[in-house]
Write a protein that binds this ligand. Sequence first.
Ligand code: OXD
Length: 301
Amino acid sequence: MAPIVGVDVETGRTTRRWVDELEPRLPGFSVAPAAELDPGGVEIAVVGNPPGETLHRYPNLRFVQSTWAGVDALVADPPGVPIARMVSPALTEAMTEFVLMAVLMLHRGAPEYRRRQSARDWEPSLAPPATGRKVGVLGFGSLGAPAARALAGMGFDVLAWARRERGGSIPVVAGNEGLARVLAHAEILVNLLPLTADTVRILDAAAFDRMPAGAALVNVARGGHVVEDDLVAALDAGDLSDAILDVFVHEPLPPSSPLWGHPRVTAFPHVAALSDPARLADAAADNIRRFVRNESPVGLI
Ligand code: OXD
C-alpha cells in the first residue's frame, strides 16, 4: 500500500504548493492536502510549526516532517512520533544572507542614517572596519554556524555561544559563563538559538545590561527569546542603540505593539528564511523516503 502523506502547511495555497512539489518527488506515495484525507489514513504529516496538539487528530501517524527550521510549537505538545525539522542548504543560505544584511546594516549605521534622513540631517560618521567590530552569535547549529562563519569571513570578530564549547576558527563558548562572555563581547548580537525551556526569555534586562553600551540586537530565531518590554526599555534608555527583529512574541505583530513604531526598531514580518516549497521539497521528500526505509531522517528532534 502506498504510504499516505497528508500536507497541512499554514494556508490552503501553501499546502497546495507543497503537494504539487512533493508529488513528483515521491512516486509510490499518495500525497494530498490533509484536509482532503480521512485522518485515520494519514501516516506521514508535512506541516509548518503548528501547535503539536493539532497532530493528535491523526491516530495512525508515524512521522512528521516540518517545513520550518524551528519546531518549538510542534514539540510543545508532541504527537509521540518522530519529528524532523527542515534542514536544507536553501534555508541556510537564506538565513545567512539575512544575517549578513542585518549585521552590515548595523555595522554601517543604516538605522541611524535613516533617522538622520528623517531629520534632513547630513551628518557623516566614520565606521570602523569589520575587523574592529565585535559580533556575538547565540546558537551554532545548522543555521548559527554558517551565519557565524559568513560573518567571520567578512572579517568580523565573532564569538559564538552553544551548548558545548568548540575550538576552531570561530571560538564557541558554553554555559552561563560563556553566555556572559558573548554578551559582553557583542557590539552586535545575533540570536539564532532554538526556543527551549532553557532559552525562553534569555534576552532580558539582565542580558542587555551585560552588553556594551549602545550595542544592537538582531533576532532571527523566536520572539519568545526576548522579553519585549525589557528590550523597549533598553532602547528607550539608549543602553541598546537598535534592534533588527524578524520574529516576535505574537505573530503577526499586533498593531498595538510599541515595536511597530519604535524609532530604534527595524521590523520584518518573519521573512529571514521563508520556506519556499520549490527549494525545500527535495529535502522534505528525501527525509520521508529515509523514514520509510528505516534510515534516520535529517534534522530529527
Ligand atoms: C522558522 C522558519 O523556523 O521560518 O522560523 O523556518
